[in-house]
Write a protein that binds this ligand. Structure first.
Ligand code: PXG
Ligand code: PLP
Length: 437
C-alpha cells in the first residue's frame, strides 16, 4: 500500500518528527485487533485510546450510524431536539448512580470537563453563593486539554507551554506512593489521609470561596493510579461538610473499565457531577457527556424565569444525531454482551498476568483495577520516558499496541478480551521489557 504524504498533518500528542521518520499506520480494525498498512495484525492492548470497550467494528454500532446519517444528518441542538438525544439521555441517566439524573451532551472528554466546571460555578451562583469560584484539581490529574481542564489538571508536560491558565485554581496532592504501596493488587492500603489535603486548602482559601473539586476516581493518563482504600470516601465527606461539589472525571473509567458501569459504583462513592466520553460511543464517533445530580440541575433550572435560557453553554455538535445513534447502539451492545461488569469477571486473570511481570528488569510497580493496569519502569538516567517508549516500539513490532506515559506502561484492553489475549499481552510485554536495556 502506498503511503500518504505525512508533512501536513500536525499530529496531536505525538513526537511528530520521530513518527514521520518511522511512521506507524493502521488501516483496519476488527474485534481485538488492528491491521497495519503492511498487513500485520496487532492486538489492541489499549482499546484504541481507552475507548473501544466493546471491541472494534461492532456492526450494530456502525449500522446505526450509517442509517442515522442517511435519515437525518444534523439537527441544531439549540432550541431544537431530536428523539435519539432524549432516548440516550434517559438511558444514560438510568445507568448512572442516583441522584445523577440529567445529561448534557458534548463532543469530547475535554469539553465535558469544561462543561462540568461551568455547571459547578452556575450552581453556586443560582443558590446565591456566587463567591464560590475556586476550582480544585489534583497533582498528576488529567482533565483534557481545554483551558478549564488544563488548569485543574496536574501533568506538568501538558501545562508548562501554556502560561497562567484559569485563575483561582489550586491542587490537592497526588496519591502515588511507591514507598508504601508498590505492587498493590487492586486498591492500595495506604493514603486515605491524603484526602485531608482538601482541609488544608479549605483552611487556606475558606470553603466559601470553593466551588468544586475534580478528580479522576482512578487516574488514567498519568499512569494508572488506583485510589487508596477510603480516599474517595474521605474526599466526599470533606466536600459535603463544606458545601463543595465533587466532580468525578470518568472519561476513562466510565463504561465498565473498573468492573462496574462507572468507577463511582466500583469504589462506592457518588459524585455530584460525572464527566464521560470515550466508551460512550465505543470510540466510533466523538461524543462526551456530563451527568449532573438532581440538585445541581434543579438549582440551575429554578433560578431564571421559565422562558429564559438557564445555562448559557453548548456546542454546535452537542447531541449530534450520528453520535446519539452510536451511543444508543453502544449501550445496547454493552447490555447484550454483559460488558459493563465483564472487567470484574476477567479481573482476576488479568491481575495475575500483569502482576506476574513484577520480576522483569526495571519494573518498580504494577497497579491494577478491573481491566486496567499500569506497569511502572525505572526511568533511564537523564532520559525520562525513553525506556517505556522503547518498550512501546518493541511491542508494536511484535504485534501488540500498548500506551506509555512517562515510564509507565498502561494496558486497558477492550472488555471483550479472552484469556488467550491476556496471556499474549503479558508475554509480549515481558519479552519487550527484557529486550529493552
Ligand atoms: N478526562 C480524562 C480523565 C481523560 O482520560 C479527557 C478528560 C479528555 O478527553 P478528550 O476526549 O478530550 O481527549 C481524558 C482523555 C493517555 C491519554 O495518554 C488519555 C486521554 C487522552 C489522551 C491520551 O492515556 N484521555
Ligand atoms: N468559533 C466561531 C466563530 C463559531 O461561530 C462557533 C460556533 O458557532 C465556535 C467557534 C464554536 O464551535 P463549536 O460550537 O463547534 O464548539
Amino acid at each position: 500500500m502506498s503511503r500518504p504524504d505525512l508533512a501536513a498533518h500536525w499530529m496531536p500528542f505525538t513526537a511528530n518528527r520521530q513518527y514521520k521518520q518511522q511512521p506507524r499506520l493502521l488501516v483496519r480494525a476488527h474485534g481485538m485487533h488492528y491491521w497495519t498498512d503492511e498487513g500485520r495484525q496487532v492486538l489492541d492492548g489499549v482499546a484504541g485510546l481507552w475507548c473501544v470497550n466493546a471491541g472494534h467494528g461492532r456492526s450494530r454500532i456502525t449500522t446505526a450510524m450509517a442509517e442515522q446519517a442517511a435519515e437525518m444528518d444534523y439537527c441544531p441542538p439549540f432550541q431544537m431536539g431530536h428523539p435519539k438525544a432524549f432516548e440516550l439521555a434517559t438511558q444514560l441517566a438510568a445507568l448512572a448512580p442516583e441522584p445523577l439524573r440529567h445529561v448534557f451532551f458534548t463532543n469530547s472528554g475535554s469539553e465535558s470537563v469544561d462543561t462540568a466546571l461551568k455547571m459547578a460555578l452556575a450552581y453556586h451562583r443560582a443558590r446565591g453563593e456566587g463567591q464560590r469560584t475556586r476550582l480544585i484539581g489534583r497533582e498528576r490529574g488529567y482533565h483534557g486539554v481545554n483551558f478549564g481542564g488544563l488548569s485543574v489538571g496536574g501533568m506538568v508536560g501538558n501545562r508548562k507551554q501554556f502560561g497562567a491558565m484559569v485563575a483561582g485554581v489550586d491542587h490537592l496532592r497526588h496519591t502515588h506512593d511507591l514507598a508504601r504501596n508498590a505492587f498493590s493488587v487492586g486498591q492500595p492500603a495506604h493514603g486515605a489521609e491524603l484526602a485531608d489535603d482538601l482541609e488544608r486548602l479549605v483552611a487556606l482559601h475558606d470553603a466559601s470561596t470553593i466551588a468544586a473539586v475534580i478528580v479522576e476516581p482512578m487516574a488514567g493518563s498519568t499512569g494508572v493510579l488506583v485510589p487508596p482504600q477510603g480516599y474517595l470516601q474521605r474526599l466526599r465527606e470533606i466536600c459535603d461538610r463544606h458545601g463543595i461539589l465533587l466532580i468525578f472525571d470518568e472519561v476513562i473509567t466510565g463504561f465498565g473499565r473498573t468492573g462496574q458501569p462507572f468507577a463511582a459504583q466500583t469504589f462506592g462513592v457518588t459524585p455530584d457531577l460525572m464527566t464521560l466520553a470515550k466508551g460512550l460511543t465505543n470510540g466510533a464517533v466523538p461524543m462526551g457527556a456530563v451527568v449532573a445530580s438532581r440538585a445541581v440541575h434543579d438549582a440551575i433550572m429554578q433560578a431564571p424565569p421559565t422562558n429564559a435560557i438557564e445555562f448559557f453553554h453548548g456546542y454546535t455538535y452537542s447531541a449530534h444525531p450520528l453520535a446519539c445513534a452510536a451511543g444508543l447502539a453502544t449501550l445496547a451492545t454493552y447490555a447484550e454482551d454483559g460488558l459493563l461488569t465483564r472487567a470484574s469477571a476477567m479481573g482476576a486473570a488479568f491481575a495475575k498476568a500483569v502482576h506476574g511481570l513484577r520480576d522483569c528488569p526495571h519494573v518498580v510497580d504494577v497497579r491494577n483495577v478491573g481491566l486496567v493496569a499500569g506497569i511502572e519502569l525505572a526511568g533511564r538516567e537523564g532520559a525520562p520516558g525513553a525506556r517505556a517508549f522503547d518498550v512501546f516500539l518493541d511491542c508494536f513490532r511484535e504485534g501488540l499496541l500498548i500506551r506509555t506515559t512517562g515510564d509507565t506502561i498502561a494496558l486497558s484492553p477492550p472488555l471483550i478480551i479472552e484469556d488467550a489475549h491476556i496471556v499474549q499481552m503479558a508475554d509480549t510485554v515481558r519479552r519487550a521489557i527484557q529486550r529493552v536495556a
